[in-house]
Design a protein around this ligand. Sequence first.
Ligand SMILES: [Zn+2]
Length: 299
Amino acid sequence: MIIDHDRVDVSNLHRQVLFAEADIGRPKVEAAAARLTAINGAIAVEALPERLDLDNVERLFGRADVVIDGSDNYATKYLAADAALKFGLPVVYGSATGMEAMVTVFLPGEGPCLRCLFPEAPSGWVPNCAEAGVLGPLVGMAGAVQAAEAIKLLVGTPALTSLSGRLWLVDARDMGSRQLAIGKRPDCPACSLDPAGLELAGTAPAVHEIDHAQAQALPGALWVDVREPDEYAAGHFSGAVNLPLSRLHTGEPGLPDAEHLVVYCATGMRCRAAAPLLERAGTGRVHVLRGGYRQAAVD
Ligand SMILES: [Zn+2]
């Protein structure tokens, strides 16, 4: 089963090895399933074009033996890790940003879990691959290590030792790799409790999303570009004011009054942090432009 709600973008191609230029615009799960069955026609791949969230996680994980986390945001990583713990599934965890990648395995009831490692998801805006950039091949390296760990878990031979309790790290700056021992936290907010009673948190952004046509139809809307000044200078929607998220964090935005605010960034990720801050400023109803400037530029 492959779960993802996104479509292939040209900016994915340097790191997401299952996609080609011809796939741009296709649902990622559909393109990935086609590529995987082209490699091996004997396997059954189920493509699920859904965002993993509270309302589907039990149904989807209930049919899995291993969860391989290839997601790009903390909300999904924590939901996947907590739900896997609750339902007794191992997780092959991986992440890559900038020049660094890490992989480990969380074995429920045996090894540490994600919250033993990092008890809470970082708050505020944390850049993901799409926002902060990543050295393309690193994502494939992490993915290959994750695939190896998943195969080992599924084979289940005792001679094979999983990465449970160890964090595999690689730094592409000098291609140094090392392993950190990670232990179970006695006061872990997840695995030290009864897993069955674990409360899961959703991943859906608590913002009001609208598409470009809906945004244009809003009367007297003020468009707010929360990207950095250099991104704004390289191109923006006409009439938009630039209020970088980095500035929203530190001080009063000083926005002109408007009934509606249409907030956008490159892809929509930064808006998750910017929208609540702008809502708190209370100048107008806050709407987030779905897909951000990049999507509108493609459309
Ligand atoms: Zn734990």
